[in-house]
Design a protein around this ligand. Structure first.
Ligand code: KG4
Ligand code: ZN
Length: 336
């Protein structure tokens, strides 16, 4: 069964054709990142405009590369939440129009459920139940994935998301948006013990995260050095900061595994591309005898193959929207 996926929640216009939730026939991503770099972050108005310009070409390209026409498609899956509202609306409205014109069912997909599904594409035999750490630019959650469509949040960030924490600290160190990727590269050459940074905890909620104090500590370190006329060692500060963020993520994730008794651990979202996070979790899972799964690097960031994959499971579960489907800037992953 072929599903056409459409994604436009942030700064990537994407479309893909996926067979039976697992086999990617095409995966087209038009990134706007170079334009947003000029402003140090995503400018929502620009994102919406670029989505409107790109979407027809991107969807046509995805069908063409898959060697199919719209008639071969069983259903159209679209990201409807969460994200930038103007950006989401472009994908949702395009999908609605296509669904109406081609007489195909419309399947609403939660963006973070899509990120989790990137693992179904990357690992053919991975099936729920499992525990998932979802870390993206806007969210950080620990989720019990009981089935493809039954998900429960058991830990979440109280302030910044992990990706946001990387991007803001990287920006303070002078790196271009999105700084998380560059910081990861630079950190490989630094000493993670060089700068002492706090490992924040949330009192009374050991599975929750808090990154804003850590980010402030880095910004204060930079300002203090500036005031004293000292040079910051960007490699060492990047390595120390990356280690602090990864320590917070892995510590809570391991505790969640202990508490739930789940032994299959999965990561997803843009930050799941982080090389230290991947190495650390691989090591710690091996030590504890857990299975560990992560998406291929090309599916960590925003793409539509993951939306088509999750769309397949939502469709099998009867999750079909009418033409009154609306986009939502915020919506919890457990609500679908
Ligand atoms: O999932 P994603 O592509 O978009 C959202 O749904 O938000 O995540 C983007 C985030 C950005 O904050 C980016 O800096 C971060 O993922 N990111 C990384 C790495 N690659 C992407 N953060 C740390 N290390 C990386 N290698
Ligand atoms: Zn994303």
């Amino acid at each position: 069964m072929l599903i056409l996926g459409i994604e436009s929640s942030c700064d990537e216009t994407a479309a893909a054709v996926v067979e039976d939730g697992r086999r990617v026939l095409s995966n087209v991503v038009a990134s706007q990142v170079e334009e947003h770099k000029l402003y140090g972050g995503v400018v929502p108005e620009i994102a919406s405009r670029r989505h409107s310009e790109a979407i027809v070409g991107v969807v046509n390209e995805a069908l063409e590369q898959a060697g199919v026409t719209i008639d071969d498609i069983e259903a159209i899956a679209v990201t409807y939440a969460p994200g930038l509202i103007g950006a989401l609306l472009v994908g949702v409205n395009f999908a609605k129009g296509l669904s109406f014109a081609a007489n195909k069912p419309l399947v609403p997909v939660h963006h973070l459920r899509g990120h989790i599904a990137s693992n179904f594409i990357s690992t053919e035999n991975l099936e729920p139940p499992f525990l998932c750490l979802v870390v993206s630019g806007g969210h950080s959650h620990i989720i019990e994935v009981r089935s493809y469509t039954d998900l429960h949040i058991i830990g979440r960030t109280r302030d910044d998301a992990a990706g946001e924490a990387f991007d803001k600290a990287a920006r303070a160190m002078g790196m271009p948006y999105p700084g998380g990727i560059m910081m990861d590269k630079i950190a490989e050459e630094g000493n993670p013990e060089a700068y002492k940074l706090p490992i924040p905890k949330v009192a009374g909620a050991p599975l929750d995260f808090s990154f804003s104090g850590l980010k402030t500590a880095v910004i204060n370190t930079i300002h203090n050095a500036e005031q004293r006329g000292e040079e910051i060692n960007v490699k060492d500060l990047s390595a120390s900061y990356r280690k602090a963020v990864v320590d917070c993520l892995t510590k809570n994730f391991m505790l969640a595994a202990e508490q739930t008794g789940m032994k299959k651990l999965v990561i997803a979202g843009g930050v799941s591309a982080n090389s230290l996070l991947r190495r650390e979790l691989e090591k710690q899972c091996e030590e504890r005898g857990y299975e560990f799964y992560r998406p291929e690097l090309k599916y960590c960031g925003d793409n539509a193959a993951m939306i088509a994959s999750q769309g397949y499971y939502e469709y099998l579960n009867g999750n079909i929207a009418g033409l009154d489907l609306n986009a939502c800037a915020q919506r919890s992953i457990d609500l679908g």
